[in-house]
Write a protein that binds this ligand. Structure first.
Ligand code: AMO
Length: 444
């Protein structure tokens, strides 16, 4: 026997049906639902991306369904392709059934109804039963769209000279500071799960100039909110030889424009199923942190912040509303965050060192990105670490990046689940996580 890498294909995909009208085809799939009718039944067959209507008409021929035919059976089904029209006038193909071979039978009826338009249960039950609930067409559409977002990020950056990298998730130190770092015993040594690929993407700038990574990161958030996960997918990039930190914001705007156009072009069935309007991006407005705080939040919206150095979730919502009203934009860049609240690698604004050359991107009133220019000078980075109470000796390998020369650079991290969440209009980030990890959930 030899193997030649060519798929042996005996079945036809729905996308090819137009060429088979009136002809017999064989498809493989799972029985999604069976609706009994006076003439027989409508059987909906679920394939990788489609649900195909199959008509079982007992009056049309001698074919009879096997007795054990049931929902969630995996089958090889044969029939004649017929073209029909949907309510909106588009062509929809169906199969007039002529034969069924059962490939596999379920052992039990699923605990949750998945054959309706949406999953018929609350979020917690949905998440507990993820291997089953993800089969619902609306549920799986969420993660198909999420695939499109990652794909858009990757495809666009590839055209801009970026190199894709994979950096370790078991780290010698937490990159983002703070207490939300998972500690791990590593053969008797304390190590940490990566909070972000920050150190590594910076180390790789003098190597490749432009790098990106799409990978999980870990945050030991002790609180249970609708915006925080303990493991999420971070879409990061880092670019060297920037003139200004706005170069990074421009790159992100290009990425987002590309993602939205890709979604419209290649993920239309899922967007339609989820009733999603993809935002139009022409340009993204910007506002400085302090102007947002005082002029918009305090003066315009009469909201009294408790923290003048950061935003709370309500403040982000206010800014989202303001951007929509003022600029008809779903996105808003907030720039020049206070130095005290940004990590040690952030470049201070030389014109006002209380603030930084950094930004967040808000999408419909939720932070989806942090980014900015980094310190690239060795002496400056060592000083900054000391100022922040860190011991430079513990960061020796990271500091090699600057000690041996690094160009001006910067980058960002986008939270994939948060972007998906607000694109699809969810209230909870868990809805946009395939198998979410939160303070109460590590299974499934
Ligand atoms: P930051 O810590 O702000 O920045 O994270 C970047 C983005 O990641 C998302 N995010 C989260 N999503 C879900 N659950 C969480 N617990 C969570 N925490 C953060 C948000 C956020 O905007 N190294 C920097 C990025 C950079 O400057 O390159 C960083 O990680 O969408």
């Amino acid at each position: 026997m030899t193997i030649n890498g060519e798929e042996r294909k005996s079945t036809i995909d729905y996308a090819e049906f137009s060429a088979y009208v009136g002809k017999e085809v064989t498809v493989k799939g799972t029985v999604h639902s069976i609706r009994e009718m006076s003439f027989g039944a409508f059987v909906i067959l679920r394939t990788a991306r489609e649900t195909i209507q199959c008509v079982y008409d007992t009056g049309a021929n001698d074919f009879r369904l096997p007795d054990n035919f049931c929902e969630n059976a995996c089958v090889r089904l044969t029939g004649i392709v017929a073209a029909g029209q949907t309510k909106d006038g588009s062509v929809r193909y169906e199969i007039q059934m002529r034969g069924v071979e059962i490939l596999s039978l379920p052992a039990a009826v699923p605990p949750v109804v998945i054959s309706k338009k949406t999953v018929q249960c609350d979020l917690s039950t949905n998440l507990d039963n993820r291997p089953v609930t993800l089969r619902n067409p609306s549920q799986r559409a969420v993660f198909k769209v999420q695939e499109g977002i990652q794909r858009g990020f990757r495809e666009y950056l590839m055209t801009q000279g970026f190199t894709e990298v994979h950096t370790p998730k078991i780290n010698f130190k937490g990159a983002e500071g703070g207490t939300n770092v998972f500690k791990l015993d590593y053969f008797g040594k304390q190590v940490y799960l990566a909070q972000s690929p920050q150190f590594y993407k910076q180390m790789l700038v003098p190597v490749y100039e432009r790098v990106f990574e799409i990978a999980p990161v870990f945050r030991a958030e002790h609180h249970d909110t609708s915006r925080h996960l303990n493991e999420y997918v971070s879409m990061d990039f880092e670019m060297g030889f920037i003139e200004n930190f706005t170069d990074i914001m421009n790159m992100e705007t290009g990425v987002l424009k590309y993602i939205m156009s890709l979604l419209k072009r290649e993920y239309a069935p899922e967007l339609e199923l989820l009733h999603v309007q993809v935002p139009e991006i022409t340009e993204i407005p910007c506002i400085k942190f302090m102007d947002a705080k005082t002029d918009v939040i305090m003066k315009k919206f009469k909201y009294q912040p408790t923290d003048m150095k950061d935003f709370d979730p309500q403040e982000e919502e206010i800014l989202g509303k303001w951007a929509k009203k003022q600029f008809n934009s779903d996105f808003l860049f907030v720039t020049h965050y206070p130095s005290k609240k940004r990590p040690f690698y952030t470049m201070d604004d030389p014109e006002d060192p209380e603030y930084t050359l950094s930004f967040d991107l808000l999408f419909r009133g939720l932070e989806i990105t942090s980014g900015g220019q980094r310190i690239h000078d060795y002496g400056m980075q060592v000083e900054k670490m000391k100022e922040k109470g860190l011991d430079p000796a513990e960061f020796e390998t990271y500091l090699m990046t600057f000690k041996y020369g690094a160009p001006p650079h910067g980058g960002l991290g986008i939270g994939l689940e948060r972007l998906t969440m607000h694109l699809l209009g969810f209230k909870n980030v868990r809805d946009a996580a395939m198998f979410p990890r939160d303070i109460n959930r590590v299974n499934p």
